[in-house]
Design a protein around this ligand. Structure first.
Ligand SMILES: *Cc1c(COP(=O)(O)O)cnc(C)c1O
Length: 380
């Protein structure tokens, strides 16, 4: 059978003959203690010390001025886009090679995604593709950049740091600044990833993290919006907490708000997880180094971080020769109870996004046929 050595290597690394998942959470710190705290305090839901603490911890880790805990990363993206000024009928630039939540969050605001190509090396939004698109379609007006062809405003750009590998942020921000387009980083996968020493998510007007069960740290379900604009951050908190105006007894609300706050119960879990982020990162980096050594002997490309970046190695991946090799690899590994998964189908293949604009997509389509995620959990 093919890929036998690979399967054996992974089983050895995880010291297991049983099923090996792609990414399983590890709860070996203060998780039980903090969750019990919330039960004992009876503040399990909308207010509580752990919500505040989780926001402080994330602002500290990402070196941003304000963090807002939300119910999940998708909701965080939706609100961040709304706060940058995305309105019904607008267009928002993003990559087609992403998890569906990126495109959905754009759609929730009544805007349509513009799908542009990724770079081969980062697997994230290509600054060159954005520049090429804007040179051809962009028109600068006093109120922002518009699409000459559709007449619609291009009101935001959402790069996504695929599997924790940072996009070329300097180049991307340069293009978006030139065209006066705010950036919302979909940093759902990149907690613990740095670009030139600065944390991903802290470059754009907003960054959004996810604490879903399969991410590098989890709150069961949850997310966080970060920003260096304190007023916008406060507005984010307001909108995600039903836009309630403080009053000693009346129910006063001054916007159409959302019930998107993270429950304290979930926040308690993520606080305990965040305490272990550094050790998770080191643990995963060790596995990534071992994989890199091993895959060299197999003639398979293991994807590693680029110069000037620190990847969190959230989901590790290999690049196979072609679609046939990829399919063979997926079949052999999954049959051997070693979980592997192909990268996502490109967004414009999904029925609800088929009508959206897309460019050439050479790199995205190349990667779509070749990239496979392999078991990446923290090992205990
Ligand atoms: C996980 C993820 C999200 C959404 O996060 P949830 O917390 O699951 O809503 C958004 N974008 C990307 C790229 C993701 O991987």
């Amino acid at each position: 059978m093919a890929f036998l050595e690979t399967i054996q290597f992974i089983k050895d690394k995880f010291n297991s003959k049983d099923f090996i998942p792609l990414h399983a959470p590890v709860f070996n710190g203060n998780e039980r203690k903090y969750v019990m705290d919330t039960l004992d305090s009876s503040f399990v839901s909308s207010v509580g010390a752990y919500v505040d603490l989780s926001e402080k911890m994330i602002a500290d880790i990402s070196q941003t001025k304000k963090a807002v805990a939300v119910v999940n990363g998708t909701a965080g993206l939706q609100i961040a886009l709304q706060l940058t000024g995305v309105q019904r009928g607008d267009e928002v630039i993003t990559q087609a090679l992403t998890f569906v939540a990126t495109a959905n969050a754009i759609h929730y605001n009544g805007s349509d995604p513009i799908f542009l190509d990724v770079d081969y090396d980062t697997m994230g939004l290509s600054p060159q593709a954005v520049s090429d698109f804007l040179e051809e379609y962009g028109e600068r007006r006093e109120t922002g950049t518009y699409n000459k062809k559709t007449g619609r405003k291009i009101s935001a750009c959402v790069p996504m740091h695929t599997f924790g590998f940072p996009v070329h942020l300097d180049e991307l921000l340069k293009v978006c600044t030139e065209w006066n387009i705010p950036v919302v980083e979909d940093a759902a996968e990149s907690l613990g990833s740095y670009y030139k020493g600065k944390h991903t998510g802290s470059f754009g007007q907003f960054g959004v993290f996810s604490f879903n069960g399969n991410k590098i740290v989890t709150s069961g379900g949850g997310g966080m919006i970060v920003t260096n604009d304190e007023d916008l951050g406060k507005m984010g908190k307001h909108l995600t907490t039903t836009a309630k105006v403080p009053h000693s007894y009346e129910y006063v609300h001054d916007h159409i708000g959302y019930n998107f706050r993270m429950p304290n119960l979930n926040a308690s879990l993520v606080c305990a997880q965040l305490e272990q982020l550094d050790s998770f990162l080191a643990n995963k980096r060790q596995l990534a180094n071992d994989y890199a050594e091993f895959f060299k002997t197999q003639g398979i490309t293991f994807r590693q971080e680029l110069e000037n970046t620190n990847a969190n190695y959230w989901l590790m991946c290999v690049e196979l020769e072609n679609l046939e090799e990829r399919n063979g690899f997926l079949k052999a590994t999954n049959e051997a109870k070693t979980m592997t998964r192909p990268i996502w189908q490109l967004m414009y293949r999904l029925p609800m996004y088929q009508h959206c604009f897309k460019d050439g997509q050479q790199n995205a389509e190349f990667l779509e046929e070749r990239i496979v995620n392999i078991p990446s959990s923290v090992r205990i």
